[in-house]
Design a protein around this ligand. Structure first.
Ligand SMILES: *Cc1c(COP(=O)(O)O)cnc(C)c1O
Length: 395
């Protein structure tokens, strides 16, 4: 389906970027499991290399299955082009390496994915690229944090695991004026819930491992943006660093994306019901869910997201030992990091995803020893709630 078609999100998620006629009438995109492509003549090979003739050369440069995925996700994010990677971190690192040079500065939202933080430290230690954090909440704050050498603003919203939000229009209005690129890791929201490019952002990143794949069976990443930015990332970063996605993994993402809208509706509905039930429970101290009208950033959610999404965090009213007891009494819900799968997953940020943060800093961020993060799955919500409610009785 052509990118200019009038069709809606759910339709584009199924047909976008694919025409069966171009692939021997195959209903689903074929998996082009090949490392290289043949040329009819030496002259044709030369033309493919010089770019004079369009066509495939070698699967690190491009592959037909991967190309369908890239076009589909670009359409869903309202971007001009996309580039798929072997993991979310390959996508994050390509974007940050592509946008910066030595002595530049990256301004980050307070709270970013742990390995993204690790990458920033690596860039600082090896290439003198500095970084700083800001809550990016007010115009004054954003203006004062942008420096002469700021190359980009790197944002996650919702922020993991506190679920605070950042007003993307507010940030991009200032950044666009100052010529600073805005990059959004949209993994938690997916384009179905939030479209950063249409709000003025330059690049969108996904860990395709999460909601885009949606079935907990693939590790992958994507970057979406303008033709120019994607061309730069493809030609100067991905080609030479090489974190490309395998054709089969691209196919798994294409299959996952077909049901993205349906899944996100169900994830969100379930999460909202679980959040409300947790809020009423006497053994729960705090619930952090952007779709809850008492959430401090509910107005931002209403402005830039379709709904509150499938992730929430909550704090047990009690000790760390009570928290352990509760989690260990869950029967249906597996204890695992990652998110966006059909299965509801629970994890303990203080000892898992956020364990590298020094204790005092972590507690100040609101990540207490009693905080748990839930990726609400696609099961019947009553069964998810029954599991939680029963396990809470163990406290
Ligand atoms: C998981 C995740 C990543 C990293 O993605 P991988 O596919 O695990 O490399 C980056 N950002 C966010 C928000 C994530 O949840």
């Amino acid at each position: 389906m052509d990118r200019n078609s009038h069709h809606q999100f759910s339709t584009k998620a199924i047909h976008g970027g694919y025409d069966p006629k171009e692939h021997k009438d195959s209903l689903t995109p074929p998996i082009y499991q090949t490392s290289t492509f043949t040329f009819s003549t030496l002259e044709q090979g030369a033309k493919r290399f010089s770019g004079e003739e369009e066509g495939y050369v070698y699967s690190r440069l491009s592959n037909p299955t991967v190309a369908v995925l890239e076009e589909r996700i670009a359409q869903l994010e309202d971007g001009e082009a996309a580039l798929a990677f072997s993991s979310g971190m390959a996508a994050v690192s390509a974007a940050l390496i592509g946008l910066t040079k030595s002595n530049d500065h990256i301004l980050c939202s307070k709270g970013i994915y742990g390995c993204t933080f690790g990458l920033l430290q690596l860039l600082k230690n090896k290439y003198h690229i500095e970084y700083s954090f800001s809550d990016l909440s007010t115009t004054e704050e954003i203006c004062s944090q942008i420096k002469e050498n700021t190359a980009c603003i790197y944002i996650e919203t919702p922020i993991n695991p506190t679920m605070r939000l950042i007003d993307l229009e507010k940030v991009t209005a200032i950044a666009n004026e100052k010529g600073v690129k805005v990059v959004v890791d949209n993994t938690f929201s997916t384009p179905y819930l939030q479209k950063p490019i249409s709000l003025g952002c330059d690049l969108v990143i996904h860990s395709g491992t999460k909601y885009i794949g949606g079935h907990g069976d693939v590790v992958a990443g994507v970057v979406v943006g303008s033709h120019d930015l994607i061309k730069t990332l493809k030609g100067t970063v991905q080609k030479d660093i090489g974190g490309v996605i395998a054709p089969f993994d691209a196919w798994l993402l294409l299959r996952g994306i077909k049901t993205l809208a349906v899944r996100m509706d169900r994830h969100s509905e379930n999460a909202e019901k679980i959040a409300l039930s947790l809020k009423k429970h006497s053994k729960i101290k705090n619930v952090y869910y952007p779709g809850d009208s008492d959430h401090p950033d509910y107005h931002i959610m209403k402005k830039q997201m379709r709904n509150g999404g499938g992730l929430l965090s909550f704090e047990i009213k009690g000790t760390y030992e009570d928290t352990v007891r509760f989690v260990n009494h869950l029967k249906l819900i597996p204890i695992a990091v990652s998110l966006g799968d059909a299965e509801t997953l629970i994890q303990h940020p203080a000892s898992m995803t956020h364990s590298v943060i020094p204790d005092e800093v972590r507690i100040k961020m609101g990540i207490t020893n009693q905080l748990l993060r839930l990726s609400v799955g696609l099961e019947a919500w009553e069964d998810i709630w029954e599991d939680i409610n029963t396990a809470l009785k163990a406290i």
